[in-house]
Design a protein around this ligand. Structure first.
Ligand SMILES: *Cc1c(COP(=O)(O)O)cnc(C)c1O
Length: 494
């Protein structure tokens, strides 16, 4: 299988190793496979007896055809091993008669990004060998909190890669800060920056765009790489768990082979829900994909009107990983339903005018598979409380946005098909807001919130978040946005 850009009419083809190494196409488009592999019902039945790493290697192998099954299995075995995922990779929990929570947060940082970031760096490391690259990949991350930690855990100790993470010194919670500053690994660096997230992102983007810097790094045997969620190497591992969830429903006897289910996903950059759509295109029996947003409901509007308009207010919410106005992966959906020339047109309009409006046939095609709903802060908090009281199920703020959206979809559509909700973070990852939603607002520190949430709900703090304050702090540097590259140099010359 080969890959091409979402904006390329001439169909220049790339191998999967090139795609994973390069991240973004030269024309600014995203890489997409030139065909979507298909699964028969017999294939799906046969998957039910596989372990998670075996299933992941099988599915990845359908897209990454220049990797051998043995290579993929080795990487998936390491990525999804028991010490990283002590409760299994992604347990499916029945919440009520027709609703299931697919818990994607049992990895090392308690959020769903682990599912992709545990395996993607290993695929990148192999891609370097496959493309004859002798330099070391230097991964730079600007983070507002969660992505940084997930990237550190994924890239640590991976061969031929180094990672340096920059976070706003006063802009992350104390839990997030401790998670990063206590990081271990022989190839990692963590540094606080005096400034807000935007200042840091701007600083890091400047480094990526600077040809002199690229040249200087090249002489030292390095090239810059990004851990960005637009990399196909991050998307592909996310297809796997939707197939796994379907197999689990079959094994439970809760569905018949071929029975259609719905999938509901709390959405930010549109990566996770796009992976579910690809699973549907492959032949997994999925009827509707319910796209759940918080108050930054640009996707809800888009799915209802066909107009994507980023000229709007931005809100900070208690589901911060969904506080996004540009959902990059939406471009892949546009490509899949309308082709490269239409997609290139929409992206030109977005860049020049800040909006685009899709053609009627495109909107109809999207509406056949997708429905969009959003939850404001009040509804999110109420959903956490209701779920705990009615079903004894404790969920985080992002997952609550999805459960609220699903309830709205069901009452509007009368579609009561069995639905798998992607649960994207442990409730403990956002303990302060979860506690506040259950018991009224909470003014003490977020480290205290972990303990209070645990004692008030009789649930356990996940291992990666417990004892944080007793762990050894390995990183104390702080810099300014204009000195980020100096810190990078210090790190690689160490
Ligand atoms: C990143 C993230 C999301 C959004 O996922 P996308 O793939 O960007 O749509 C939702 N919830 C949590 C907890 C996240 O970390």
């Amino acid at each position: 299988m080969k890959f091409q850009s979402t904006r390329d009419e001439k169909q220049i083809k790339y191998t999967s190793a090139q795609v994973i190494k390069q991240g973004l196409a030269e024309d600014g488009g995203l890489f997409v496979p030139d065909t979507i592999p298909t699964l028969s019902q017999d294939d799906i039945l046969s998957f039910c007896s596989l372990s998670y790493p075996e299933l992941a290697a099988t599915i990845l192998g359908k897209f990454l055809t220049d990797y051998t099954y043995d290579e993929l299995l080795k990487d998936c075995n390491t990525a999804y091993c028991e010490s990283s995922f002590p409760n299994g990779a992604c347990p499916l929990v029945k919440v009520n008669e027709n609703t299931y929570s697919l818990e994607l947060w049992h990895g090392p940082t308690c959020a769903f990004k682990d599912m992709a970031l545990q395996v993607m760096p290993r695929l990148l490391s192999r891609a370097l060998t496959k493309t004859g690259e002798t330099r070391t990949a230097l991964v730079l991350v600007a983070t507002s909190g969660d992505t940084g930690k997930a990237a550190l855990e994924g890239y640590k100790n991976v061969e031929q890669i180094k990672i340096s993470v920059f976070y706003p010194e006063n802009g992350v919670s104390s839990v997030q800060k401790l998670q990063m500053t206590t990081q271990d690994g022989n190839n990692v660096n963590v540094c606080g920056v005096k400034g807000n997230f935007d200042d840091i992102q701007t600083g890091v983007k400047k480094i990526f765009a600077d040809e002199n810097i690229a040249c200087e790094l090249d002489k030292k045997g390095y090239f810059l790489s990004s851990a960005n969620s637009i990399n196909f190497g991050r998307l592909a591992p996310q297809i796997v768990y939707y197939i796994k969830a379907y197999c689990d429903l079959l094994s439970l006897g809760d569905i018949q082979m071929g029975e259609e289910i719905n999938i509901c996903v709390p959405t930010g950059n549109f990566g996770n829900i796009l992976a579910a759509y690809i699973a549907k295109l492959m032949g997994l029996p999925i009827a509707k994909l319910i796209c759940a947003s918080n108050s930054n409901n640009i996707l809800t509007d888009f799915l209802r009107t066909g107009r994507y308009d980023r000229n709007r207010d931005f809100y900070l919410t208690m589901s911060p990983s969904m506080d996004i106005l540009i959902s990059s992966n939406l471009e892949r959906l546009l490509y899949l339903v309308s082709g490269a020339s239409e997609t290139a047109e929409y992206m030109r309009s977005l860049n020049s005018q800040g909006f685009y409006e899709v053609a009627e046939h495109t909107q109809n095609a999207i509406s056949e598979s997708f429905a969009g709903y959003f939850a404001d802060e009040g509804k999110t908090a109420q959903t956490i409380k209701d779920s705990c009281e009615k079903y004894g199920y404790l969920m985080d703020t992002h997952t609550a946005v999805a459960f609220s959206a699903l309830a709205d979809y069901r009452s509007e559509s009368c579609d009561c098909r069995k639905t798998v909700v992607a649960s994207t973070a442990s409730p403990y990852k956002f303990a302060k807001d979860v506690y506040g939603s259950l018991f009224g607002s909470f003014s003490k520190s977020d480290l205290t919130a972990l303990n209070e949430l645990s004692s008030h709900t009789c649930t356990e703090i996940p291992l990666p978040l417990s004892n944080l304050s007793q762990r050894k702090v390995n990183f104390t540097s702080v810099t300014t946005p204009d000195k980020i590259f100096d810190e990078v140099l210090k790190f690689i010359e160490k």
